[in-house]
Design a protein around this ligand. Structure first.
Ligand SMILES: Cc1cc2nc3c(=O)[nH]c(=O)nc-3n(C[C@H](O)[C@H](O)[C@H](O)COP(=O)(O)OP(=O)(O)OC[C@H]3O[C@@H](n4cnc5c(N)ncnc54)[C@H](O)[C@@H]3O)c2cc1C
Length: 380
């Protein structure tokens, strides 16, 4: 019987199983993951909640084998209708400084549950240090602060996330932490102890230390299988590893040859949809303009497109002078990216504009009176 063995039950692995079910795949589907029932990661840092994608009964109903195991090595399939799909995600980076074992990470359900227990059991005003003010560090700092902790957020750059959110909005969002009672420090951590962090020689007291300094693709299994790995498992546009056509890789662990690796939820889902199309020999999946979101201090921040292509920015402010949207234009003046606060319709509008290659005038982009639906009207 044909088979698909999915290694990793994150959003990529789960979505692939779901897509195969939707497409009436008749072979055997197996998901292996040491963490058991597949769950979604974004809620971990936003609410410290664990949200499974589906109950155990869903897997049973669709005949999907869910096996709680870590796969350390695996033979490549020798039958043309057997597939192995690596959806192994990422592993958090760890600081290489003395006392690093005192810092926790926030990457798994177990991490989130343990952090929630500490925060729930502690007195109001628990001192928490968060190292790294990227997406996860900033979200956890906000969550811990809302739960009553006294948070110090440590970053080694003045405006973290500038490369992905656009400089101006990144600066505003980082400054917002201070307005919400979070102390921000720019500096380099040199050591940890159980009750403090040393930053540029300053001792920062902390009963709880969380390190969120980025992730790297989890490729140890791919390497053990002899697959080509270079900042991720290298795949083609159909998600086939370039080393073996029956071994696919999807999600944060994979990188399309010649492209930058995407490390976001929606991109992982699109990879999974493409992998399903490859397996059932369906038409290729239409990729959408890149998008991700992050939530902090009850603000919903979205980024569309790619700020690494941006050469200049146009800012749209609200009546209070706060940045609502930053638009990124490339060297030719074409709209290539935008980040926005609480702007769901704007995110959709910018996705559509970038996909169609439409750049509204600077006046339109700047004017908060021009609604998302009217942006780009009469422009080409
Ligand atoms: C706390 C947190 C918050 C986030 N918030 C956002 C957000 O707001 N917006 C956004 O766009 N993105 C967010 N992300 C990123 C998003 O969750 C990832 O892009 C997405 O989870 C990638 O999915 P994946 O399936 O590729 O990998 P993962 O979700 O990392 O899943 C990989 C799975 O593979 C398993 N695995 C690894 N190796 C093996 C092995 N050898 N054998 C068996 N199983 C294995 C792991 O146990 C893991 O369950 C967040 C990530 C985290 C950690």
């Amino acid at each position: 019987m044909p088979s698909v063995h999915i290694i990793g039950g994150g959003v990529a692995g789960y979505t692939l199983a779901r897509e195969l079910v939707r497409q009436n795949y008749t072979g055997t589907i197996t998901i292996s993951d040491p963490q058991g029932l597949p769950y979604d990661r974004p809620p971990l840092s936003k609410s410290l909640q664990v949200e499974p994608f589906a109950p155990v009964a869903w897997y049973a109903e669709h005949g999907i084998n869910l096996i709680q195991e870590e796969i350390e090595d695996l033979a490549v399939p020798d039958e043309a209708d057997d597939w192995v799909v690596l959806a192994t995600g990422t592993t958090p980076n760890l600081l290489q400084v003395p006392g690093a074992e005192h810092a926790r990470t926030l990457h798994t359900a177990a991490d989130a549950t343990a952090l929630a227990q500490v925060l729930d059991a502690s007195m109001f005003g628990l001192q928490v240090a968060v190292v790294g003010a990227g997406l996860i560090g900033a979200e956890f700092a906000s969550t811990a602060s809302m739960l009553g902790a006294q948070v110090t957020l440590i970053s080694n750059t003045e405006s973290p996330l500038a490369a992905v959110l656009g400089q101006e909005l990144a600066e505003q969002l980082h400054a917002d932490h201070a307005q919400r009672g979070i102390r921000t420090i720019t500096g380099t951590v040199s050591s940890f102890e159980a009750d403090h962090v040393v930053v540029d020689g300053e001792r920062v007291e902390a009963a709880l230390i969380v390190s969120a300094i980025g992730v790297q693709p989890e490729t140890s299994l791919a390497s053990a299988m002899g697959l080509s790995v270079e900042d991720g498992i290298v795949v083609d546009e159909e998600q086939r590893s370039i080393s073996h056509p029956q071994v696919l890789a999807i999600g944060d662990a994979a990188r399309v040859q010649g492209a930058r690796r995407a490390v976001h939820w929606e991109a992982a889902m699109e990879d999974a949809a493409q992998a399903a199309a490859t397996i059932v020999n369906a038409a290729p999946v239409q990729r959408s303009v890149p998008w991700f979101w992050t939530d902090r201090h009850e603000m919903h921040v979205e980024t569309v497109g790619d700020f690494s292509k941006s050469a200049s920015t146009v800012i749209r402010r609200n009546r209070r002078g706060k940045i609502q949207t930053v638009f990124g234009l490339d060297a030719t003046g074409t709209l290539v990216a935008a980040s926005m606060v609480d702007g769901g319709l704007m995110a959709k509008a910018v996705k559509r504009l970038i996909a169609r290659g439409i750049t509204p005038s600077i006046e339109q982009l700047e004017d908060p009176g021009v609604g998302p639906r009217d942006l780009g009207r009469n422009e080409q």
